[in-house]
Design a protein around this ligand. Structure first.
Ligand code: HEC
Length: 502
């Protein structure tokens, strides 16, 4: 494989991206929604002769400039750094396809950020008319950033049949527009616009909450009521767009969602279902809080309330994004590239034939040679004994197994932290681990693993090393029996545990 593997203990690389994204997504969507909110609010104030709105709008545009121009930008660049490290192969595919998309995107970014700054610094310095124009230019460019990036993000979930038909041929860019306006493009754009609108309303509530409701009750009430209305479209249309969105995701990719819903009765939630439920519940809570605390009682609506609403909105957005990520599993680019960077075709077949580590540019040639020699010395097809753990062969096998697991499993698992392999495998003996690995390797149509895990690839010798390594993680040689007994729920039968009883 072409890239080294970035190992992040405990957290896993996915969560590094996730944590940055959770900060970035509410800010970026606010940047788009707020870009529309500010000139719209200014227009309303001008038309209705409400000069008293202006100081608040000016303060809001400053807050907005700092929040999006500093934190939004820093986290946005951070995401690209992080995904470049976490999924280099996937990032490379995106760049090869969408390099002009990005060029366009960055042009809009530049216009957006410049106009955001100009808009703030020209309050009270240019005519109302010109200021409005700057505002609209800013709104247009910020919407356009979403229009572009949405094509790339939705592509990762549903690249679409046209693009998939040329994937891997080197001719992918010929289907640029099919990839861009892919099956989930429009519903996803709709959803994101709605989220942008409601976040703009919620962030405006944060600024408005700081107006003294006893000194300026009418001003505070009018701003809060008008801002609250920005949440209405989302609550009315979100379910429609969401249903459309899910409908556009290929059935085989909806597996996790369906699996979660059909097992709710037994109290088992998949992460997708859990995220979806959290989104629905926090949205309902936001609606109730905004209506009863802000809309009905604007004078007493304080910063604490606003921040609480914001926190719920951030949580809802974060979990929605997580559900989208989960929906994509086991792919990083739907139906094309698995989360670990291996392409469904032709990589799987080729790596099974030629070997996974053999194809890695990050394994030293002398190591590859040694491994080939050790493999050749073994009787073909023979079951490898858990031989002398100190032998060169045994050590090499553990190293190979570890490299296989790092390269193929660490996109989604860690050893002891997030989705910990050691815990997921705990209690399985060597044979059971062998069966798990075999299921991943054979990857049969009926295998439940297909819903969320890619196939394990490599030669049979490499796969045997994975068994050795995983076995060494959970089954400490010699201590097997004792450990199993100590973990057993009824220690009565454990002969050595009967020491001191009170
Ligand atoms: C695309 C992401 C992804 C990759 C790559 C991946 N897994 Fe998983 N794996 C998952 C998810 C999601 C679960 C379900 C976790 C849970 O139940 O909390 C899971 C569960 C498991 C389990 C427990 C399921 C069971 O009962 O058998 C094992 C064992 C496991 N994975 C091993 C592996 C190994 C070994 C590899 C590498 C060859 C691997 N996984 C690669 C996503 C992945």
């Amino acid at each position: 494989m072409n890239y080294p593997v970035w190992v992040v203990p405990l957290l896993g690389t996915g969560w590094v991206v996730g944590l940055i994204a959770i900060t970035h997504v509410p800010l970026s969507h606010f940047a788009v929604g707020g870009g529309l909110f500010l000139p719209w609010a200014e227009r309303k104030a001008l038309r209705e002769g409400r000069r008293d709105w202006m100081p608040m709008l000016k303060a809001h545009s400053k807050f907005f400039l700092i929040l999006t121009g500093v934190f939004g930008v820093a986290t946005g660049v951070g995401i690209w750094f992080a995904i470049g490290l976490a999924s280099p192969e996937g990032t490379s595919t995106l760049i090869h396809n969408f390099v002009f998309g990005w060029a366009i995107e960055w042009t809009f970014f530049l216009v957006e950020l410049t106009t955001a700054a100009v808009y703030y610094y020209t309050w009270d310095r240019v005519s109302d008319e010109l200021h409005m124009k700057i505002g609209w230019l800013y709104a247009a460019s910020s919407i356009l950033t979403l229009v572009i990036i949405n094509g790339i993000l939705s592509f990762m979930l549903t690249p679409g049949a046209a693009w998939l038909s040329v994937a891997g041929t080197g001719n992918e860019a010929s289907k640029f527009w099919y990839a861009f306006f892919n099956p989930t493009y429009w519903p996803s754009l709709g959803l994101r616009v709605l989220i942008c609108g409601s976040l703009a309303g919620i962030w405006a509530l944060v600024t408005a909450s700081r107006i003294d409701g006893y000194e300026q009750p009418e001003l505070k009430a009018s701003v809060i009521r008008w801002s609250s209305r920005w949440l209405i479209p989302a609550f009315m249309l979100m379910p429609v767009f969401f249903a459309w969105y899910i409908h556009q995701v290929p059935v085989e990719q909806r597996g996790l969602l369906v699996m979660g819903i059909s097992t709710i009765g037994q109290g088992v939630f998949t992460q997708v279902t859990r995220s979806a439920l959290i989104t629905v519940m926090s949205s309902a809570t936001i609606a109730a809080v905004v209506y009863f605390l802000a809309y009905r009682n604007p004078r007493d609506f304080g910063l604490g309330h606003a921040v609480a609403v914001l926190a719920m909105a951030v949580a809802a957005t974060g979990f929605t994004e997580q559900a989208r990520e989960m929906l994509r599993k086991p792919y990083v680019i739907g139906q094309h590239m698995f989360s670990n960077g291996i392409r469904k075709t032709p990589d799987v077949e080729r790596l099974n034939r030629e070997g996974y580590l053999t194809n890695s540019v990050w394994v030293r040639p002398e190591e590859k040679e040694l491994w080939a020699k050790l493999d050749a010395a073994r009787v073909p097809g023979a079951v490898v004994p858990a031989a002398d753990p100190g032998s060169q062969d045994a050590q090499a096998r553990l190293t190979r197994g570890e490299l296989m697991v790092r390269g193929q499993c660490f996109a989604c698992h860690t050893l002891d932290g997030y989705r910990p392999l050691r815990r997921l495998l705990a209690g399985r003996d060597r044979e059971a681990i062998g069966n798990t690995v075999k299921m991943l390797y054979q990857y049969e149509e009926s295998s439940p693993y297909r819903k969320y895990m890619p196939p394990l690839v490599g030669t049979e010798a490499e796969v045997a090393c994975v068994v050795d390594y995983l076995d060494s993680l959970v089954n400490v040689p010699g201590a097997k029996k004792g450990a199993a007994l100590a973990a057993a729920p009824t220690p009565v039968s454990a002969p050595s545990a009967g020491g001191k009883t009170k």
